[in-house]
Ligand binder design. Sequence first.
Ligand code: F6P
Length: 319
Amino acid sequence: MNKIGILTSGGDAPGMNAAIRAVTRKCIYHGLEVYGINNGYQGLIEGNIKKMELGSVGDIIHRGGTILFSARCEEFKTDAGQQKGIEQLEKFGIDALVVIGGDGSFHGAQKLTEKGFPCIGVPATIDNDIAGTNFTIGFDTALNTIIEAIDKIRDTATSHERTYVIEVMGRDAGDLALWSGLADGAESILIPEKQADFDDVIERLEKGMKRGKKHSIIVLAEGVGSGIEYGDKIKEAINLETRVTVLGHIQRGGSPTAADRVLASRLGAKAVDLLLEGKEGRMVGLYNNELIDFSIEEILAEKHVVNMDMYKLSQELSI
Ligand code: F6P
């Protein structure tokens, strides 16, 4: 094992740069050469590959986005696309690949491993929807971005005594909505993992208004549906005008929090350790603050589980 490739793929996540830095520096520390692949699997197919030096990853630990760029690549889902990728890796003499991304990216890593090319996955997505790790890189930063936005919305919501529906990202997962809703004392939190009772949402709103609450916040995960439609539904039910904010891609940007930088540094370095131990087809993760690794195949077959105790707690605290 002499030459290691790195790529970032799928939706970018704050902390990806810290992970790229950790993989690069840890490889160089152990005397390995590192190659950065631009634009995820698309760049791999095209041979958009460059050698990384210590300085290539200087001054990036605090930056959002990814210096290697990212892409979602349909061609790589095909056998022919994967074969083209392997040919490029062989052309550059690369022996193994570290893939930083979410579940779509891990499907690619699994396919390469099945075709005989060793890969290690590092979980990075704001959605926190990967099994086998308590946290994915980028989740904490996105969560803090949401909190900052909701705090600001709360100011204007109070001044105008308004109800806000705030739609947050997360794809099919409710972690961003649940954690931000709990951290911001939302009246209701709507997540795909738990069918919300609309009557209960209305009851909470009405109860709050009766006891003189100046505003109400409903946090809705995008996986549940559209915030705008939900606002209309409330208006129809009780003639209450709402304002809707769809936070959108602001949740993916920004300087990573300390927690994400540390997580990315630990997971990135662990990925290199696994390669040095001769492991392949594994994903690194953090479980109860311990670094662990699982087979990517198993991880892809499992579903990330949302913490229902936290959901119950949010219901109890927002009475
Ligand atoms: O997976 C990260 C994520 O931001 C999801 O939360 C969201 O559903 C999706 O990516 C948006 O993807 P795109 O940036 O391709 O529109």
